[in-house]
Design a protein around this ligand. Structure first.
Ligand code: GLV
Ligand code: MN
Ligand code: MN
Length: 392
């Protein structure tokens, strides 16, 4: 189900591998006696129907990027099931139901935007628009959902949980460098995704004088260099990435006729993110005119920075300390389903370390004792939230 043979996982959203992974998780949910429901965007919910009122929800995603590791997303789903299994076998019944969610297409690597399933769940994107999203390999999201049998009956937007707590690997180096076991995640930085298309003049690589070129490959390279320099000059939390470049016709002796590339710009501060976006926009306008190419951009995702609920973070911190874990507060550099749930209910996230800060990479790794410690913090936090033992 996506094993790449090098320690990694390729389970792009709504592929056959995703279907197999979903089927496995649904079976695990049924083994625990959970009520399994699927909504119209393919999000899966396994609910332990104990107690009363709105459930405390946890969960994450099981889709991965093409060169993903095995922990990103999967950890939060498996740990959620483990929380329920542990409570059940200890004979502990919380006062509220507990739900484990598997959100559709968190990665956005096949269908943009990222966090698509949780965004639709909270009403941030209409169902029809989401179903009409086209994959990078062509198919329509709604058709893929039908094909793998996960176009469910529950309506979107969905019911508001009492609270949402997501457990995830950090995907960055901070906890390991700071020698802290648990991250109490204060929020998620803002994300701006664009697809840039550059059209120029295709011509012979040997005969076309440099002064007469209108070269999309050159313009794409200049964008990469500009973004690195922009992030360096802004400093702080500013990050910029060109993750995909496609040249047409992509041949050694042809000045390309077009380049398509993706630009990912993130910052924890909305004003600074807007500054980076507008500086980049000015740059591509100048570049188009100096190189004599046409540059168009299409927005693929835009999410403002999110701040998590202080009350939930206090509970995570308190329970970490009670378990003897060292912890620190930090923001998340990666996007997460929790940032969407934060729009509708008190939300927090728990991080565990990522060895060497590696993620979206088959070498992603976290030691088993740390994985377990974080799962125990999740359990204690969920139990406190489900029993309404909030701090404030
Ligand atoms: C999604 O997980 C992202 O941060 O790119
Ligand atoms: Mn993830
Ligand atoms: Mn990811």
């Amino acid at each position: 189900m996506g094993n790449t043979g090098d320690g990694g996982c390729c389970r792009l959203a709504l592929t056959d591998e995703d279907k197999e992974g979903r089927d496995l998780v649904v079976n695990w949910m049924k083994d625990l006696g959970l009520t399994v429901e699927i909504d119209a965007i393919g999000n899966i919910f396994g609910t332990w129907r104990v107690g009363a009122g709105a459930p405390v929800m946890t969960g994450s995603h099981i889709d991965t990027v093409r060169t993903g590791g095995i922990y990103d997303g999967n950890l939060g789903v498996i740990a959620g099931l483990e929380v329920i299994e542990t409570l059940q076998s200890a004979g502990v019944e919380p006062k509220r139901p507990i739900t484990v969610a598997v959100f559709t297409d968190e990665e956005g690597a096949r269908f943009a935007p990222d966090m698509l399933g949780s965004l639709v769940y909270v009403g941030g994107l209409g169902l029809e628009a989401a179903l009409d999203t086209k994959a990078i390999d062509g198919p329509r999201l709604g058709d893929e959902l039908e094909r793998i049998g996960y176009a469910g009956a529950l309506p979107c937007p969905g019911a508001t949980p009492h609270a949402f707590i997501e457990y995830h690997i950090e995907q960055g180096p901070v906890l390991e460098v700071e020698n802290q076991q648990i991250g109490v995640v204060t929020g998620v930085q803002g994300i701006s995704w664009q697809e840039i298309v550059i059209k120029g003049q295709s011509n012979h690589a040997g005969t076309t004088p440099m002064s007469m070129r209108h070269d999309p490959a050159y313009a794409a390279s200049m964008i990469g260099v500009f973004l690195r320099e922009l992030a360096r000059s802004m400093g702080g939390n500013q990050v910029c990435t060109v993750g995909r470049i496609e040249l047409v016709p992509n041949l050694i002796n042809v000045v390309p006729k077009s380049a398509t590339l993706t630009v990912d710009i993130r910052n924890t501060d909305e004003q600074l993110l807007q500054h980076a976006e507008s500086t980049f926009q000015d740059f591509i306008e100048r570049l188009a005119s100096t190189e004599g190419v046409e540059i168009t951009s299409r927005r693929l995702a835009r999410f403002e920075p999110v701040v998590f609920d202080d009350g939930v973070l206090d509970v995570i911190e308190r329970e970490s300390t009670a378990l003897g874990a060292t912890s620190m507060r930090l923001p998340s550099g990666a996007g997460h389903d929790a940032q969407m749930l934060a729009r509708v209910c008190p939300t927090g996230m728990i991080f565990t370390q990522s060895h060497k800060g590696l993620s979206h990479n088959p070498a992603e790794h976290t030691d088993a004792d740390l994985l377990e410690l974080g799962a125990n913090v999740l359990l204690a936090t969920m139990l406190a939230m489900a029993n309404d033992e909030h701090l404030n």
